[in-house]
Design a protein around this ligand. Structure first.
Ligand code: HEM
Length: 452
């Protein structure tokens, strides 16, 4: 017993010494790291970070350290020493050197849900090729020529079914899911898409929970749902492959068609992972911005009135036509300001993580090989606002998201009026969202306006 006690005391004191050494100014300077604090052993400053994200303003963690240490600072969060950057120049350098000096880095609990062939996890030349393929499926020309009609139609279809009290966050998610399924594999909403969506909701929950893989945990249920979603997508891939071989494919110009008919020779598993990750990437982000735009507008009547004016003018020009066209989207300057401001205030992706592939010199400091970097996307005195990231991993959906949100706002504003059904609150942990899914009571606007 005495032996055990002595061993325990020796171990804890040496760990504590190690911690002191690690944390001392001396060792930090010797390593050439940016200034900062590694916090407590093992947990570092994770608790401070989490409690900051639980407040109404999520940035006190970064702001306080930027004020104290400058735009580059060292900390220790989620089990790893990490250098945070709120410096535009350093951020550009990190993002542009993707695959050379830095690479993206996700914990295995996230990779298991995404699938190893997802764009977010790909590296090197394959990533380059697939990133540009994804970009080519969501660029302005493709949106204008192919996707816009469906975005307009599916948004109207959804809004026309709203009556009384609706949970805006849930409805916005339904819309973005249906739009993505249509874009990826040309399916219109129906029973199949709805049952896929139910499994998919369980899968998404897995991203924001502790990764305990038991059947009764949220993460365990998410892994199970992932298998079901992958099976459902796999069936569609096999069916389309067969149709192509038999020559009765009916020329569907969607992402699945491009993956099957391009010269990549992808396996079913690769295609399924790729599609699944695209469904994940655009879903939570776009629908949250839709919801928060409405919340912020409701709380800012002047901006709401100005936005209404912009959209009523478009509607008045269109006389009997219910549909929107690309040229209408291009005449929504104030809407774009609303989207930008929502992205800025909502702080939906406050930063992205990278890992140093070698010792890197960054603005006179050294980032040791294997260390994590958090590239801040939030606007601050030293940082440009970059909600869609940058470099080779720039969000391929940046234009598509804008179009979807703008079309949504147009039809919402011209068809419906709403009031919040309850007080709701913006929270930033574990993700940016409203606490009660933003319940609103909706009413049709007078017929003469909405159906002109
Ligand atoms: C408001 C909505 C959106 C926001 C704020 C957003 C933000 C971002 C950010 C910051 C990144 C960079 C991640 C990194 O550097 O590690 C990213 C990547 C990505 N986004 Fe988006 N996104 C949005 C909508 C969409 C949509 C609609 C799609 C659908 C096509 C999409 C697909 C992706 C994909 C596939 C990646 C991974 C790119 C890669 O790793 O090469 N996003 N997004």
């Amino acid at each position: 017993m005495a032996f055990l006690l002595i061993t325990f005391l020796l171990c804890s004191s040496s760990l504590y010494l190690l911690f002191l050494l690690r944390n001392s100014q001396f060792s930090r300077r010797k390593l050439g790291l940016p200034p900062g604090n590694l916090g407590l052993p093992f947990i570092g400053e994770t608790l401070q970070l989490i409690s900051a994200y639980k407040t109404e303003n999520p940035e006190p963690f970064i702001d306080a350290r930027v004020t104290r240490f400058g735009n580059l600072f060292t900390t220790h969060v989620f089990g790893e020493p990490t250098v945070f950057s709120a410096d535009s120049e350093a951020n550009r350098f990190i993002l542009q050197n993707e695959g050379k000096l830095f690479e993206c880095s996700y914990p295995s609990s996230i990779s298991n849900l995404l699938g190893k062939h997802s764009l977010l996890l790909m590296k090197g030349n394959l990533h380059k090729r697939m990133h540009s393929l994804t970009m080519s499926f969501a660029n302005s020309t493709i949106i204008r020529e192919n996707l816009f009609v469906d975005i307009d139609r599916l948004v109207r279809l959804n809004l026309d079914s709203w009556t009384g009290r609706v949970f805006l966050q849930d409805e916005a998610k339904k819309i973005t899911f249906e739009l993505t399924v249509k874009q990826l594999m040309s399916f219109d909403p129906g029973e199949w898409t709805e049952s896929l969506r139910k499994e998919y909701l369980l899968l998404i929950d897995g991203f924001f929970t502790l990764p305990l893989p038991f059947f009764f945990t949220t993460y365990g249920r998410a892994i199970k749902a992932r298998t079901k979603v992958a099976e459902a997508l796999g069936m569609i891939v096999r069916k389309r492959r067969k149709e192509i071989v038999e020559g009765d494919e009916g020329k569907k110009k969607d992402m699945l068609g491009a993956l099957l008919e391009g010269d990549g020779g992808f396996s079913d598993e690769e295609i399924v992972d790729f599609l699944l990750a695209l469904l994940v990437a655009g879903y939570e982000t776009t629908s949250t911005i839709m919801t928060l735009a409405v919340k912020f507008l409701t709380e800012t009547p002047l901006a709401l009135a100005q936005l209404k004016e912009e959209h009523d003018e478009i509607r008045a020009r269109k006389q009997d036509s219910e549909t929107l066209e690309w040229s209408d989207y291009k005449s929504m300057p104030f809407t774009q300001c609303v989207v930008n401001e929502t992205l800025r205030v909502a702080n939906i992706i406050s930063g992205v993580f990278r890992r140093a592939m070698t010792d890197v010199n960054l603005k006179g400091y050294t980032i040791p090989k294997g260390w994590k970097n958090n590239v801040g996307a939030t606007a601050s005195p030293g940082n440009l606002f970059s909600p869609f990231g940058g470099g080779p991993r720039l969000c391929p959906g940046y234009e598509l998201a804008r179009v979807e949100i703008s079309v949504f706002l147009h039809h919402l504003l011209t068809r419906l009026s709403w009031v919040p059904a309850e007080e709701d609150k913006l929270v930033f942990f574990p993700t940016t969202r409203t606490l009660k899914r933003y319940p609103i009571n909706v009413q049709r606007r007078i017929k003469s306006l909405s159906h002109r």
